[in-house]
Design a protein around this ligand. Structure first.
Ligand code: NAD
Ligand code: UDP
Ligand code: UDP
Length: 311
């Protein structure tokens, strides 16, 4: 199987490259290194079934592949708000180009969508039939509205051109290789804790998220690609925690004496988020296997090693 992974040098993409290279697929990793890193894929460069292409998905490209995992897009608020217009282009034009490619070569294509399509949800937990509560003109809109449009493009290429599509709605995912500077809560808290700094809680820390360990997410993504299911599929961990609870888990893992610092809550920050994974359980036979404490410990080990390398 020839597999194209866009955004393959990023956090999730590089773990997916690992899995598919190991499975014996011919993997083409495409990335422009906006938020990805050479170090994420350096260990694959000598594999005979791995190839890297430096390319921006907003530009057309012709490749012959059987499957496309389309992940290219900045994913954390700091990065997608750095150049919001470029984020919209990446999400919309990038998905259009990959759909054009999939149509031309009759490849199956999976879009990495996001729980952000539910916005600040009024339904809890969120199932795939909920249409969401998204601010179309806010500072997060460049990301969530453009992912919504990317989903629309996927469905329309399917209905109009019979492209074989899959849509995964990824909920907050964490693990080794997370980008240190991307401001996500798990990487912030763990790096702060390992440096002996105070943990920065935005707002009162009462907002909730559910955190999925990277290996569980990649397993769900591959199962969805291999399934026959057309339409959105939530993949995430339904164990829900307040941000304050997360801070306390990190403190008990690294140093219970660490102070916490309360900072202002960014605008449009969703108050609660938790996936209903009934569909993934039923259709993919998938559910997460790594509990938060275990996943945080594995992630902390990777971050510690990275800090030592830079020391
Ligand atoms: P990441 O930033 O680590 O990876 C994104 C990759 O895309 C990077 O390697 C980046 O360089 C590349 N990229 C960005 N713009 C590009 C462009 N124009 N052309 C080519 N490559 C480009 O983020 P991630 O967490 O690995 O996210 C991967 C995908 O999963 C994204 O589509 C994101 O929206 C989605 N997602 C992630 C999460 C999460 O919790 N990590 C949650 C929901 C959805
Ligand atoms: N495209 C691409 N690679 C391909 C085929 C198409 O990048 O192998 C791009 C193409 O340049 C266009 C987009 O995908 O911008 C949509 O292609 P489609 O054929 O659906 O539309 P059209 O080219 O007719 O506008
Ligand atoms: N957050 C926090 N401290 C941080 C970084 C984030 O309290 O140092 C909060 C943030 O306001 C949000 C939650 O943690 O409510 C998750 O943030 P993240 O950016 O990781 O993911 P997203 O908001 O995209 O779900």
């Amino acid at each position: 199987m020839r597999v194209l992974i866009t955004g393959g040098a990023g956090f999730i993409g590089s773990h997916l490259c690992d899995r598919l290279v190991k499975a014996g697929d011919e993997v083409i990793c495409l990335d422009n290194y906006f938020t990805g890193a050479r170090t994420n894929i350096a260990h694959l460069r000598d594999c005979a079934n791995f190839e890297f292409i430096r390319h921006d998905v907003t530009e057309p490209i012709r490749l012959e592949v059987d499957r496309v995992y389309h992940l290219a897009c900045p994913a954390s608020p700091i990065h997608y708000q750095y150049n919001p217009v470029k984020t919209v282009k990446t999400s919309v034009l990038g998905t259009l180009n990959m759909l054009g490619l999939a149509k031309r070569v009759k490849a199956r294509i999976l879009l990495a969508s996001t729980s952000e399509v539910y916005g600040d949800p009024l339904v809890h937990p969120q199932n795939e039939d909920y249409w969401g509560n998204v601010n179309p003109v806010g500072i997060r809109s460049c990301y969530d509205e453009s992912k919504r449009l990317a989903e629309t493009l996927m469905m329309d290429y399917h209905r109009q051109n019979h492209v074989d599509i899959r849509i995964i709605r990824i909920f907050n995912t964490y693990g080794p290789r997370m980008n240190e500077g991307d401001g996500r809560v798990v990487s912030n808290f763990l790096f702060q804790a390992l440096r002996g700094e105070a943990l920065t809680i935005y707002g009162e820390g009462k907002q909730t998220r559910s955190f999925c360990y990277i290996d569980d997410l990649v397993e769900g993504m591959i199962r969805l690609m291999d399934s026959n299911y057309i339409g959105p599929m939530n993949v995430g961990n339904p164990d829900e925690f307040t941000i304050l609870e997360l801070a306390n888990q990190v403190r008990s893992l690294v140093d219970p004496q660490l102070p916490v610092l309360f900072n202002p809550l960014p605008s449009d920050d969703p108050r609660q988020r938790c996936p209903d994974i009934g569909r993934a359980r039923r259709i993919l036979g998938w559910q997460p296997t790594v509990a938060l404490g275990e996943g945080l410990a594995r992630t902390a080990a990777d971050f510690r090693a990275r800090l030592m390398q830079h020391a």
